[in-house]
Design a protein around this ligand. Structure first.
Ligand SMILES: [Zn+2]
Length: 136
């Protein structure tokens, strides 16, 4: 059983999904330390991408494992209460993500998706970001 009632659970979950989440801040700091300049939450691009490096035609998306339905990840485990509802919601998010990603690519953007669970290995993360940024 979920220890929270439905309303409280939704409230908690919506807080988790809000902008300027800790994982995004971590990625921003890494990019910053590498000397890159970027803009945040560009509303004029599909899906309002988290981090936009315009000069490089690159975008970094930081996905929460739960909300974006990270496959085979234990952080994306759905609450037992209202599981069907959550499943439908997450599925909808995933479709939207795919759609936005496809559109960004058509527009000529190079996109890196970083999952929340990848933030645990900071060294690997920095390597990944640096190779994405230097790969033309
Ligand atoms: Zn994950």
């Amino acid at each position: 059983m979920d220890i929270y009632d439905q309303k409280k659970r939704s409230e908690i979950m919506s807080k988790i999904s809000s902008k300027n989440t800790a994982p995004e801040v971590i990625i921003r700091k890494i990019l910053h330390s590498m000397g890159y300049r970027f803009r945040l939450h560009q509303k004029n691009l599909p899906g309002t991408p988290d981090i936009v490096l315009k000069r490089h035609q690159k975008i970094v998306l930081v996905n929460g494992c739960f909300w974006h339905g990270h496959e085979n990840c234990k952080r994306s485990k759905l609450p037992e209460t209202n599981k069907d509802k959550w499943e439908a919601k997450i599925q909808k998010n995933k479709l939207r993500d795919e759609h936005n990603l496809a559109e960004l690519k058509v527009m000529g953007w190079d996109v890196l998706v970083i999952w929340q669970c990848q933030l645990r290995d900071r060294e690997k993360l920095m390597e990944q970001i640096s190779s994405f940024m230097t790969n033309e």
